[in-house]
Design a protein around this ligand. Structure first.
Ligand code: GDG
Length: 742
């Protein structure tokens, strides 16, 4: 409509202008045609009346002549007729002869080109013709024609001409608009199908066309888009220094006014009742550690399970609470779960099924159909909460982790235009391992509701794509790493998670020297003691048992370190309702006691086990007090503890021993990389760390700090959100804003 108005109105105006401009030309043309016409007519009349007139003249019958003339003027166009015998004679003429025409002045009309007389009666055509008569050789016949009809005709012609032009304008506009619309739609459809890798000439409703001639064009176009995007991405990565502020600025620019929702099981703040007061606790979770700074930067809504004893007391009537409590920057929307729901969805399917399934830690996954039913129901409950919290039809939803494998496709049902970024924080196993899950197809199909599906490492991306390829009827493009399933495209991408950089000033406030002495004093350890640190949830995947075995082996092989080296293990209680975790805790406690008993006689205990939650500030104090940090996960998506230890060491001291089975090992090769199952190798690494010269510690630590500084959590979030923004732009170009249609 707008196109039509923009095009038709100017065209009409131009054509009306042309019609107006050529009107005088039309006047002149019609006039000259009619003058020529009247000239011929006059000659014809004169020739016709010569003879009878001569006879009447010869007979001298003036009255008869006048009657004859009057009869002639009955012709509606012949206005007057006259006869001049000589230039001095009085004209013998009808009464209508205008007084301006006198016999003495006839010569004026004989030579004239236009024969026009503008008399009081209107425009007249005057024709003077000689009479062929011997009796009156100077005789002249005067024929005067009324020309007012010429003006009328000219007006009519102009009017028709105007209508003709307007009609022409309308037809031209209509045809042009129709052609433009058709070709724009056709072009857009062609571009869309081209971008989707289809042919250009797809018939509506037809099956996937197979036009090989267009495939190279489509491939080139898609490659071009990808190259442009990766160029922009590389440029961004070179130029952007990722901080909370730069993330906020980029989000303001790229995602201005967008509605951002995070969904995770664990809430970033848990309100607990302690006697007569309520405390807001930050849980020990890598996921929360990573997402909290992003939410502070973007002020969105975080939907999570309300699990704290005082959670219901602090929410408003919509189950929302503003956080952080001291400086609110975003809000939590709490979802309440019944004990059965929590048992089936969280403890059951997620943590007894998916968690061991995805980690190769030799703990068998347990799958029960009752747990699965609760998992489906709770995912549905969160999908409703997302739809309820969305302020627009196309929010950006960040779905977190293995608790919500079905949520992406359920959100897609509620909000088809949403951009759904799902991040899988734990490893993805190979297809053979994943095939153990009785609901493997549903889990994978649920995840494919995402617009972007992120993993920490390329290895996990490959495993996921292989799993899709093995079990679903889906199209997998290994060049662009996309999966097309049920008419939707999911991009599978690597986004290695990290921590905030620089760490909060509060964490580094206490000097390293004060931390060293303070922590040793607090734990009744001698000031000169070499200290190792481990910080984990008390989870069997973290390899705490293997860690203790390595410490025992170190002391076995190098007894000179007994009493000179202790290892503090902070073990935050986790999933205590699950039997496997209870057994694991018992095993860890027993092992620490056994090792400590074994080496008891010779000074401080080799292992200080602290099974309790610690505040982040305390955790950092331990990191700064230690000489080495040992991360021995049997399998870990990333492992943030490794990065936190590096971030805590602004003195560039301390050695990181890191399991090769963590995602972090791919980013921090300057750590001492070990196989946690190899106790001798780990013991050797411990010895190397205890003896490592300060200069080597600094060289290694500097390189690791440089990497963590650059590849920080703002980059992790920023990259995902920028990719989502690019996807939304592309989606708008080809007609969708969420998952791209295939
Ligand atoms: C999953 C993936 C991935 C530990 N104890 C306490 C405490 N923590 C903090 C640590 C760290 C976080 O918890 C643990 O993070 P991890 O990355 O090591 O491990 P998961 O919890 O298993 O996290 C993992 C992560 O998601 C992110 O994607 O890296 O691979 O398994 O921040 O410092 N924090 C406090 N008290 C404790 O006692 N406050």
């Amino acid at each position: 409509m707008r196109l039509s108005l923009r095009f038709v109105l100017p065209l009409m105006l131009v054509l009306a202008g042309i019609a107006y401009a050529i009107a005088p030309l039309v006047d002149r043309l019609t006039l000259s045609w009619f003058v020529h016409d009247l000239d011929s007519r006059s000659s014809l009349i004169v020739n016709t009346i010569q003879e009878p007139l001569q006879e009447l003249l010869a007979a001298g019958k003036r009255i008869k002549i006048l009657e004859f003339f009057n009869r002639l003027t009955q012709d509606e166009r012949l206005f007057a007729v006259g006869y001049c015998a000589t230039p001095t004679a009085r004209a013998l003429a009808t009464r209508s002869l205008p007084p301006e025409i006198r016999c003495a002045e006839l010569a004026r009309w004989e030579g004239a080109r236009d024969h026009l007389l503008l008399s009081a009666k209107g425009p007249l055509h005057v024709s003077v013709q000689p009479m062929i008569s011997a009796a009156a050789p100077e005789g002249r016949l005067v024929l005067v024609h009324d020309m007012s009809f010429v003006t009328r005709r000219s007006e009519e012609t102009k009017r028709y001409l105007f209508y003709l032009f307007m009609g022409l304008a309308a037809v031209v506009s209509l045809v042009t608009v129709i052609i433009a619309q058709l070709s724009w739609r056709g072009w857009m459809a062609g571009m869309r199908s081209l971008l989707r890798g289809e042919g250009l000439l797809r018939q509506p409703g037809a099956a996937q066309p197979n036009l090989p001639e267009f495939k190279p064009i489509a491939r080139d176009l898609q490659r071009l888009i990808r190259e442009l995007e990766s160029d922009a991405r590389a440029r961004d990565e070179d130029q952007i220094t990722w901080t909370a502020e730069s993330l906020r600025a980029i989000l303001r620019g790229e995602l201005r006014g967008e509605d951002i929702i995070v969904v995770s099981n664990r809430e970033p703040y848990i309100h607990q009742r302690r006697g007569d007061h309520i405390e807001a606790q930050r849980p020990a979770s890598g996921l929360v550690t990573a997402l909290e700074p992003i939410m502070r930067a973007c002020s969105g809504t975080w939907i999570a399970h309300g699990s704290g004893s005082a959670d219901r007391e602090v929410v408003d009537r919509h189950d929302r609470v503003a956080v952080p409590p001291d400086k609110p920057a975003y809000r939590i929307r709490r979802v309440w779960l019944t004990a059965e729901e929590e048992a089936g969805y969280y403890y059951g399917f997620a943590n007894e099924g998916m968690w061991p399934l995805c980690h190769i830690a030799h703990v068998r996954p347990t799958f029960r159909s009752g747990d699965w039913a609760q998992y489906v129901a709770v995912n549905r409950k969160f999908a409703k909460a997302v739809a309820g919290e969305a302020k627009t039809k196309a929010p950006i939803v960040l779905v977190q982790d293995y608790h919500f494998a079905l949520l992406p496709s359920m959100i897609r049902e509620e909000l088809p235009d949403a951009t759904i970024i799902t991040f899988w924080h734990i490893p993805w196993p190979n297809p053979e391992s994943f095939a153990i899950c009785p609901w493997r197809d549903e889990v994978v199909a649920g995840l494919l509701g995402s617009s972007i599906l992120g993993f920490h490492t390329q290895f996990h991306c490959n495993n996921f794509v292989d799993t899709v390829d093995r079990f679903l009827e889906a199209r997998v493009d290994r060049e662009s790493f996309t999966v097309s399933f049920g008419g939707k495209l999911t991009a599978v991408r690597r986004y290695p998670i990290s921590i905030a950089w620089p760490p909060e000033a509060e964490m580094l406030q206490k000097s390293v020297a004060d931390c060293r002495s303070g922590i040793r004093e607090q734990n009744d350890l001698p000031p000169e003691l070499m200290l190792g640190i481990g910080v984990d949830r008390l989870d069997y995947t973290k390899g705490i048992v293997e860690r203790f075995r390595a410490i025992e082996r170190l002391l076995e092989l190098n007894p000179e370190w007994i009493g000179r080296f202790s290892f503090v293990q902070i073990a935050a209680p986790t999933r205590a309702g699950i039997e496997e975790y209870q057994q694991h805790e018992a095993q860890v406690r027993a092992m620490a006691t056994r090792i400590n008993t074994r080496f008891k006689s010779q000074g401080p205990p080799p292992i200080v086990l602290k099974v309790e939650h610690h505040e982040p500030r305390e955790v950092y104090e331990y990191f700064r007090a230690a000489d080495l940090c040992f991360v021995s996960s049997l399998h870990d998506g990333m492992n943030l503890v490794a990065k936190e230890f590096v971030a805590a060491r602004d003195d560039e001291r301390g050695v990181l021993i890191l399991s090769q089975f963590t995602g972090a090992a791919r980013e921090l090769p300057e750590a001492l990389i070990v196989n946690p199952y190899d106790a001798d190798q780990c013991a050797a690494a411990l010895l190397l760390a205890l003896k490592m010269p300060a200069t080597e510690q600094r060289d290694r630590m500097r390189l690791m700090r440089g990497l963590v500084a650059e590849f920080n959590v703002f980059r992790w979030a920023g990259r995902m959100l920028l990719d989502a923004a690019a996807m939304r732009r592309r989606g708008r170009l080809i007609g969708r804003s969420g998952g791209v249609e295939t």
